[in-house]
Write a protein that binds this ligand. Structure first.
Ligand SMILES: [Ca+2]
Ligand SMILES: [Ca+2]
Ligand SMILES: [Ca+2]
Length: 398
């Protein structure tokens, strides 16, 4: 893998900033102040229309020709109590003021330092933004932003690795976790308000909903295990074409990741899989540039094993999504799934406490990246790892 190129603007430890990066406090409506908050030195925008920007200039020509560029913004989550408080990122794209393809970040006043990752399609840092900026934060004139660090990189900061199924311990999709079956799987736990696309508007804590999800793959399928805590388990009475409206998961997959910055679904390879885990589990698919939605109906037993749990209250499942089922839905006969390739991946853990008429009241995601349903560039670059090396054969005893 090519070595990452990073450019850092660090307001906390300014000595860590990359040479020739610069805060442009003389840019239009961009007179930031310095503050120390939450244990860090930072800069703060004005929060009003006459002073809402933080401008940064980078080494000229940074990232020219890069296949993908991302920005990681570290911000203090303060504000948004009485009315929405948001910010957005802009950048120079060959003299055009481009807005990051993801939505404005909404704050939730958790008084914690958080990070948000933006994909920056079409970056051309030639200092042609306002005041000579390459990159600038817009506090939306709805409350100030406090920023302590911005990292720009040509490697996806949310790079993820899915291990191959171990041939010595194949996955049997039966809802029973057998020895070795899930060892070494990629896993992610969803249990924090900052992970909820609804900002915790309906979420009361990890006992209400939380989950750890495990991933492995092989040449036939993507395998997902969920260990889910849910005080109202398996509330989902939606049909497959609406199965995201209730307890379950949504899995986003981009099976051609040659351009990780593409911001609209590509025909044939971009998918949003709805998995409803109600009493009768249902699934459906949204795919292609037209976002065509199909109802796949009840999930076959070969593809799902699920049972309710009591300690904690919730449910546990194993799910297999066959690659060919996705590709066939798009009449795609050419895309291959092979070890070592990169795909795009994102997910939501969905939760409902309403039944009948289940709905999506909580939607937690592994990474702070917004609008995955419309914007593949917000999905995470994910490597399908090769088959694990076999354990050495035991040597014969004396
Ligand atoms: Ca703001
Ligand atoms: Ca199993
Ligand atoms: Ca529920």
């Amino acid at each position: 893998m090519a070595h990452a190129t990073d450019v850092v603007v660090d307001f906390n430890e300014t000595k860590n900033s990359t040479a020739n990066t610069q805060l442009l406090s003389s840019g239009p409506n961009g007179a930031v102040t310095t503050v120390n908050i939450g244990g860090r030195n930072a800069v703060q925008t004005g929060g009003t229309a006459d002073n809402e920007f933080l401008y940064v200039a980078l080494p000229k020509g940074s990232f020219k020709g890069a296949a993908g560029v991302w920005a990681v913004v570290e911000y203090y989550d303060q504000g948004g109590v009485d009315s929405p408080d948001t910010f957005q990122l802009h950048y120079d794209s060959a003299g055009t003021d481009s807005t990051a393809s993801e939505a404005a970040v909404q704050k939730h006043n958790t008084k914690a330092w958080l990070t948000h990752v933006y994909s920056l399609p079409g970056v051309d840092f030639e200092e042609m933004g306002p005041g000579g900026a390459d990159l600038w934060i817009d506090d939306s004139a709805d409350g100030a932003e406090v920023i302590d660090k911005i990292t720009i990189t040509d490697q996806d900061p949310t790079l993820t690795h899915f291990p191959h199924v171990d041939p010595a311990h194949p996955i049997k999709v039966d809802g029973v976790i057998s020895a070795g079956e899930w060892d070494g799987a990629y896993s992610v736990t969803l249990n924090k308000v900052g992970q909820d696309a609804y900002g915790g508007a309906n979420w009361t804590g990890p006992d209400d909903y939380s989950g750890t999800y495990y991933y492995k793959w092989d040449e036939s399928s993507l395998y997902i295990r969920g260990d889910v805590t849910d005080s109202t388990p398996r509330y989902n009475d939606a049909t497959g074409d609406l199965a995201w409206k209730g307890d379950g998961v949504q899995i986003y997959l981009g099976l051609d990741w040659s351009d990780p910055t593409h911001s609209a679904y590509v025909d044939g390879t971009d998918f949003n899989i709805y998995v409803g885990l109600g009493d009768t589990p249902m699934w459906g698919l949204e795919s292609g540039s037209a976002h065509t939605v199909v109802d796949w109906g009840a999930i076959p037993v070969d593809n799902l094993g699920i049972h309710n749990t009591t300690t904690p209250v919730g449910y546990q499942f194993e799910l297999a999504i066959p690659w060919q089922k996705l590709l066939a839905a798009e009449n795609n006969t050419t895309t291959k799934i092979t070890a070592g390739q990169k795909i795009g991946w994102f997910m939501f853990g969905n939760a409902s406490k309403t039944l009948p008429g289940s709905t999506q009241e909580v939607a937690m995601a592994p990474f702070s990246r917004t609008h995955p349903s419309s914007t593949p560039s917000s999905w995470s670059t994910t490597v399908l790892e090769p088959v694990p090396a076999a354990n050495p054969a035991p040597t014969a005893g004396p």
